[in-house]
Design a protein around this ligand. Structure first.
Ligand code: ASP
Length: 300
């Protein structure tokens, strides 16, 4: 099979390059997605993933990540602090334990026991942005948890030369979230789902929207029924818009009413769609890595 990597947002380009190196030498899709998203996790300029991620409302960086491979196993960590590469901890949860998900203090203890280093992930730049946000918020605490400034999670899907699929998703979550909030990224079936017989999907944007529709699982099931990856991603967006019509979405206006999806199927076809304009995805086929604007449905 011709390998393929697709990932979310502009920083997906650099992540794709790292993943492609693994695929081009005949490596496994699972290794490719881990190596790929680690690039975003380590980059302080990517302010929604790993090191340099914007903190929660109390100024603390808390991370969520998930990974899923062709054997149908999955691993994830939620509300993890101080570890630069949560995706590698998620992989270890998948490979070393009988569990799928570890949270908070327990996830941190597990990481430290397995040789990960405790680090301060809040960069001076992210701290400054948070301080500015806190100043702006003064006297308006009611808006807490509604004002979710940005979302740029990396979700990556890959198919290797054998035709095996894998996916990874990692984030510091929406900026200035209520402490303890967990989004879609580490929830198997919401931020990420892989079924090696059918296809794989990943989500980004306001996680609550994706959680409400089990976005990635929904997309993979659509593909199982015969939809193309593009049609399946669009169906997920329409499902969210349907909830909005029914009045079942909180804060359904403005730029934070955004979710985007990417998908691939077993044939190596791919697709991407978002609610609003402004969700680029990075696609690497035949070693050619491009940033592409995704199809969107609101504010044409
Ligand atoms: N989906 C992520 C979350 O809600 C945010 C993002 O996509 O950046 O935590």
């Amino acid at each position: 099979m011709e390998p393929i990597v697709i990932s979310t947002w502009k920083h997906g380009l650099a992540a794709n390059e790292a993943a492609w190196k693994v695929l081009a030498r005949g490596g496994k899709s699972l290794d490719a997605v881990e190596e790929g998203v680690k690039v975003s996790e380590a980059d302080p300029n990517v302010i929604n993933v790993g090191y340099g991620g914007l903190p929660d409302a109390t100024g603390k960086v808390t991370l969520d990540a998930s990974i899923m491979g062709p054997d149908g196993l999955a691993g994830s960590v939620v509300f993890l602090e101080h570890i630069k590469h949560p995706i590698s901890v998620a992989r270890l949860v998948m490979e070393k334990t009988e569990h799928v998900m570890l949270a908070g203090e327990g996830a941190l203890a597990f990481a430290l026991e397995n040789g990960f280093q405790k680090e301060d992930l809040l960069t001076p730049r992210s701290r400054e942005r948070w301080l500015r946000w806190r100043e702006d918020m003064e006297g308006d605490e009611d808006r807490l948890g509604i004002l979710m400034e940005s979302h740029d999670t990396i979700g990556m899907l890959a198919m290797d030369k054998k035709g095996d699929l894998a996916g990874a998703c990692t984030t510091s979550g929406v900026a200035y979230k209520v402490r303890g909030r967990v989004g879609d990224t580490p929830i198997i079936g919401a931020g990420l789902f892989v079924d090696n017989e059918v296809g794989a999907a990943a989500g980004t944007g306001r996680g609550e929207l994706i959680l409400q529709i089990c976005g990635s699982f929904f997309i993979v099931e659509k593909m199982r029924e015969g939809a193309s990856p593009q049609a399946a991603c669009e169906a997920a967006v329409h499902r969210i818009l349907k909830l909005r019509e029914k009045g079942q979405i909180k804060n359904p206006e403005g730029p934070t009413f955004q979710a985007g999806f990417v998908a691939v199927n077993k044939k190596g076809e791919y697709g991407a769609a978002s609610i609003q304009k402004g969700f680029p995805h990075a696609l690497c086929v035949n070693g050619k890595n491009d940033l592409i604007e995704s199809k969107y449905f609101l504010n044409d």
